[in-house]
Design a binder for this molecule. Structure first.
Ligand SMILES: [Mn+2]
Length: 364
């Protein structure tokens, strides 16, 4: 059998750190990518699609978001889709998933009972509360003689991801116990990066990233299982259209500013790219100024740019100082700033340099 495994779609994700217009654009990408996953499912002629929890961002979502989710899910048109509630959209009394109008063929599994897909069986482990104290997979029965391919789907941590800082739930799951019960594949959700725990236990990761620290998000998994007991062949397929990129640069040479400019320029789709730069080091005054201009320009072009350029020091060269030394007032101020231990002195020096450059340019 062939299936497509995804999870953590978090449709309706708020992205509060973005300007409202950009956040809205990024929110709509998550629906568009779900539609592309439906296309992929059709191309690959999968037997079913599993969404292993956190389909929706939260249970307070309103009808506009739910309708967009319904319309995107309708694109699977005829391909069975099975989804379970996760910690974001737990099957509580106010469940948003329960308010979702499910297109034909889409099953919301809120009960601990198997669902037949051809000769195979899918065993859902829904989260009916945000945090389950007990392992939500404990109910899974052991394989009985004559059973076909068995697939479990669950949402939580198969290892203690907390130490990796990106797990949201204490919903701890004993994946080895599931495999020991004779399951061929365990479709996991909650961890946002694609992650192979072992041959049979995989996290697909989120279809679109939700933050910079995630490792390898933006994929879905194509899973092929030849027969009961066979090792699944799992192929990650990139589907995300937003790129979240983190980079650290320690400046030791002015040429690195130009290199950074070229790097920005070479990004395939800056309007769909969210960049987090961690900057340090020192530049001459001119290059330090050029860095500010470059960052300001790219902050407008990119979907998002976060940086800490205040950590990059400006070191005036002899030529910088000579250029600023023209007038007696400037020379006196310059001498004082250079000798100053005040934390604000480097900023003041940069400001002086910029004013002097602007004045020079204005007089041309
Ligand atoms: Mn989750």
């Amino acid at each position: 059998m062939k299936l497509l495994h995804t999870a953590d779609l978090q449709l309706g994700l708020k992205l509060h750190f973005l300007p409202p217009e950009t956040a809205a654009r990024m929110r709509s990408l998550r629906f568009a990518t779900l539609r592309r996953i439906a296309e992929l499912a059709r191309q690959e002629q999968v037997d079913c699609v599993l969404i292993a929890g956190d389909v929706l961002e939260d249970n307070a979502l309103k009808a506009d978001t739910l309708q967009q989710a319904t319309d995107a899910l309708a694109c699977f048109d005829g391909i069975p889709v099975i989804m379970i509630p996760g910690n974001h959209d737990a099957g509580t009394a106010d469940s948003a998933l329960a308010r979702l109008e499910l297109p034909k063929g889409v099953v919301l599994a809120t009960r601990r009972e198997s669902i037949a897909v051809g000769d195979a069986a899918v065993y859902p482990c829904p989260l009916m509360r945000r945090h389950e104290m007990d392992d939500p997979t404990a109910w899974l029965p052991a394989r009985q003689p004559g059973e076909g391919i068995r697939i479990a789907m669950a949402h939580g941590g198969v290892i203690n991801f907390a130490q990796n800082a990106d797990s949201e739930t204490p919903n701890l799951i004993d994946a080895n116990a599931i495999v020991a019960k004779g399951f061929d594949y365990v479709a996991m959700g909650d961890w946002h990066g694609t992650f192979r725990y072992n041959d049979r236990v995989w996290y697909s990761g989120a279809h679109e990233a939700t933050r910079h620290k995630e490792v390898d998000p933006g994929n879905v998994l194509l899973v092929e299982i030849a027969a009961p007991g066979a090792v699944p062949v799992v192929t990650p397929v990139p589907v995300a259209s937003a790129r979240w990129i983190s980079r650290a640069i320690e400046f030791t040479d002015d040429a690195q500013v130009e290199e950074l400019g070229a790097w920005f320029g070479a990004l395939p789709e800056r309007s769909h790219t969210l960049v987090a730069l961690s900057l340090s080091g020192a530049l001459t005054l001119g290059a330090r100024d050029a860095l500010d201009v470059l960052l300001a320009d790219n902050a407008e072009r990119l979907a998002y740019l976060r940086h800490d350029a205040h950590k990059v020091f400006a070191q005036p060269t002899e030529a910088d100082l000579a250029a600023m030394n023209g007038e007696s007032f400037m020379a006196a101020a310059l001498a004082r700033l250079q000798g100053s231990a005040d934390d604000a002195a480097p900023d003041a020096l940069r400001l002086m340099y910029r004013l002097q450059q602007e004045a020079a340019n204005a007089s041309v």
